[in-house]
Design a protein around this ligand. Sequence first.
Ligand code: SF4
Length: 464
Amino acid sequence: MSGALHVPRELLEKYATSAPRYTSYPTAVDWSKDFDPLRYPELLERASHSPEALSVYVHLPFCAELCLFCGCNVIISRSRSRMDTYLDALENEFAFVAARGVGGRKVRQYHWGGGTPTQLSLAQMERVQNAFNRAFTLADDAEVAVEVDPRVTTTDQVKWLAENRFNRVSLGVQDFEPAVQQAIKRVQSEEQTRKIIDAARAAGIPSINVDLIYGLPEQTIDSFARTIERVIAIRPERIALFHYAHVPWMKKHQNVLETDRAPSSADKLTIFTRAVEQFQAAGYVYIGLDHFALPTDELALALKERKLQRNFMGYTTRRGGDMVSLGVSSIGDVSGAFVQNAPVEAEYLRLIKERGFATHRGHELSAEDALRRDVIVGLMCNGVLLKSEIEARHGIVFDTTFAAELTALEPLAGDGLLKLDPDAVRLTDLGQVFMRNAALPFDRYFAARAARGGDTGRTFSKTL
Ligand code: SF4
């Protein structure tokens, strides 16, 4: 994106709605109820014949304390033996997957998420890594990422990560202001954050990502602008600026959060637009949705070359057909089907013990799902849909298949968010901010839910 971006407030107000984030299409709430979880071994075996590289995600759910805003699948525990029991199951799951032959494919994207992976001891981290190494082989150019919490991570762990080829460290920061940190029960000094970033850089880890959240209690326009200044001074390669997703009907602990002390909707819009301006003034490229990257970062380079991808790990530059995911609640994408492991620890442990894999639900993509997923990913990642490419991949006539969707996009075109050219749908720079709105007309499940009178506001997070 070139030049400073001005986001008019009236457009933000007009297009503020609730919509999926499209790390998958269909989104998990729309998966079929008919999927047979026992098909997972067969899906893995089929995936073993693909020549493409693979993505592997490992969910390490333990955290020392619960942050009140948290929306992840976590286990709050400091018990080493409980972690070891979990790792016993994880090792078995790795072995089960490897025995289905899929480990013959090189891994180009490998990610530890959580929870807090560095809540494990060094010896426990080694157990996970040894299990991975027995099952898989990393490609030479693999992206190897880990989420860390600076409050519990040691410099020895950071050194170990670098020695084990981790090349991206993602740190939760959320907000540097003490009043906000108190309100969200996550007190983390700037020194703690800087110490881990300095250690990662000293160890040779080339990419640092910082996560921020706006819309939290005690945040003000000025206080959050100060946090952003402090983050910019640290100069992480990537920044994710998430809108706080308040879903207490799914995450009961969020009820405790004093949302009446959170910024108003109008102030949140100002916080967001000011953040975009601050990051751009500091030289960051707006990747889209909630991501910013330095121009030299591969995300920014891939955006330029229309090579961005999106999967359950978020934006990525690594094209990989299948994603094998391990651990409680993890979601994979294997042989044209989404699969999710049991979300509760006891059930995950039981299923691994009984049958070696813990798949409890999934969704096989139909040809129409695959087409719409391609369209939505194209818009969300690269801001352009070349009709001829979609037609060649799916054997359709774009303007005929998507006549109603193109009509639905006309108001967005009228507001300058996209261009409806004869050969393509192109988001404008301004439209990058509204890409979820542009994707929505292509989501036939969302349309069906709305037509049924379903409460999309309680199902999906706010777009802005
Ligand atoms: S450290 Fe992260 S995963 Fe753990 S409770 Fe806090 S926000 Fe959730």
